[in-house]
Write a protein that binds this ligand. Structure first.
Ligand SMILES: [Zn+2]
Length: 509
């Protein structure tokens, strides 16, 4: 007797009806796996509600959050702006004291809560910028609730110099906030601070070679505790301590370090993903114990994430979703190497994906912020940079332009007017009839189908003639030549050195 065909196919744990073709069965399996494993992580907002164009999603800040999120209420989330300190550390960038003052006043208007302004040890101009900004705050041009901060290495003389800046500006030292640099990974503690720690503890380098790693980690704790005490004695009351390279530190040491800093009088912990190597999963494991510790001790938690793998803004928002109080951001993500979490990305992710609108924040000034930082820094954003890029709301392809002309939400999730952007249509190789027709309608020009088709063909050939590959090559070369001229490269440095040394020899002869 012939056996009836099997109705079910067993694929690992999945059982799928074979009433469909094998290919369809595969799709069903994939769908089930997707639904089970991925779906819970998709924000409830994604794909479920279509935001009404030009009006922010009507989700109150106190409505239930995504599963597993513990965002603070919107009025408790703090934007910690690092544009003027970290942003300036981007290779080739240098701001004058005047530029820092102008930008700080603008950032205050934009609605940030903390301004990490300067690293005074770098140059006297940094100190000038701090004094100017403190005075500007007294005169009401920077909001009085904005926290102005300077960064120092763990050296008492740098802390004293920071206190002097406050005094020069006529501001009580307690009203200036200080950020103290510390390290948390064995790599940084031993290889970066090793010699300084040996010197500080009166151990010779020869003897130090035999000291175990645990000795260096202990000496590192003693150092940060001492400098926090010193900052307290100098009059500082807002003392932030940053754990460089925290993402590669041992979790137990990280907790011990944080606990010691808080006990010494630190008021805010910075978790720094210094080299941008933190995966979202590792973040989920590392941050909660540190956040609970700071919360139990009445302190704040600041997440500082680098963008080397393109995860900075997502990690920053994730940290907030775990209860972090401060989001470390900079305009356009300016910062070391590939930069850090971009201010515009973080605030818009919060607003559009999680329904968190920060009270008083001027979202409409975001594009203006990008323009200002470009002209101050000489770093120009790629045209397709999210949210504020020059072409972030530009449409060319026929399908998209005709779709957007009917309903912008078809091909645009972010309402451009919310961020001070402009939607544009570009015509060229990919243009279609619908887009051309919509543009003519908007310009008040009536045309027949034949004329529209002819116009579409005309713009296609015009585009082909206007931009040639050699022209683009030249433009790219000019752009990168200008970029490289922002700073002084190694070859130029060697040229200057040869000239100087040659001149010195001549002077002596
Ligand atoms: Zn950084």
């Amino acid at each position: 007797m012939k056996r009836p065909p099997r109705r079910e196919l067993i694929l690992s744990h999945e059982s799928v009806s074979l009433a469909v073709t094998p290919a369809e069965a595969g799709v069903q399996v994939a769908k089930r796996i997707f639904e089970r494993s991925v779906k819970p992580w998709i924000p409830a907002s994604a794909g479920m509600t279509v935001p009404k164009y030009d009006s922010p999603r009507k989700v109150g800040n106190d409505e239930p959050r995504e599963r597993g999120s513990h965002f603070l209420p919107a009025d408790k989330i703090r934007l910690y702006d690092d544009t003027l300190r970290e942003g300036e550390q981007m290779a080739g960038v240098a701001f004058s004291a005047r530029q820092k003052l102008e930008m700080a006043e603008f950032l205050s208007r934009l609605g940030v809560h903390v301004l990490n302004l300067a690293f005074p040890a770098v140059s006297p101009e940094e100190g000038e910028a701090v004094v100017a900004c403190l005075r500007s705050q007294r005169n009401g041009r920077i909001r009085k609730e904005v926290e102005i901060q300077v960064m120092c290495r763990s050296e008492p003389k740098e802390i004293d110099a920071a206190a002097d800046l406050a005094r020069r500006a006529g501001t009580p030292v307690k009203d200036l906030s200080i950020l103290l640099l510390s390290a948390t990974s064995s790599r940084h503690v031993k290889h970066k601070f090793g010699k300084a720690l040996l010197h500080r503890e009166g151990v010779s380098e020869a003897e130090g070679r035999n000291r175990p790693e645990s000795w260096f980690l202990g000496a590192n704790l003693r150092l940060i505790v001492d400098v926090i005490h010193h900052a307290r004695r100098a009059g500082f009351q807002r003392i932030e301590f940053v754990g460089e390279d925290a993402s590669r530190a041992a979790p137990r040491y990280l907790l011990k370090w944080a606990d010691a800093c808080l006990s010494a009088g630190g008021t805010r912990l910075t978790f720094s993903d210094t080299v941008g190597c933190l995966s979202p999963e590792r973040l989920d494991a590392l941050l909660p114990p540190l956040i609970s510790l700071t919360r139990r001790r009445g302190a704040d938690f600041h997440g500082h994430f680098h963008n080397d793998l393109g995860l900075a803004s997502a990690n920053c928002v994730r940290a907030l979703s775990l209860g972090a109080t401060h989001a470390g951001v900079s305009v356009a993500g300016l910062g070391e190497r590939a930069g850090m979490a971009a201010l515009e990305q973080v605030v818009m992710q919060l607003r559009l994906l999680y329904g968190i609108t920060l009270p008083g924040f001027r979202y409409d000034l975001l594009t203006e912020a990008r323009r200002r930082i470009e002209s101050a820094s000489g770093i120009f954003l790629q045209a397709h940079a999210p949210i504020v890029g020059e072409g972030a709301f530009a449409h060319e392809s026929g399908l998209h332009t005709s779709g957007v002309a009917k309903d912008p939400t078809l091909y645009q999730f972010i309402p451009e007017r919310q961020v001070g952007g402009k939607r544009t249509f570009v015509f060229g190789k990919h243009s279609g009839r619908g887009g051309v027709e919509a543009a003519l309608r908007e310009a008040g020009i009536s045309a027949s189908t034949q004329e529209i088709n002819a116009l579409r063909d005309r713009v296609k050939s015009l585009r082909a003639r206007r931009i040639s590959p050699p022209l683009l090559r030249r433009q790219a070369q000019e752009h990168y030549r200008d970029y490289r001229r922002l700073g002084i490269g190694s070859e130029e440095l060697a040229r200057i050195a040869r000239k100087m040394i040659h001149k010195k020899l001549k002077d002596f002869s």
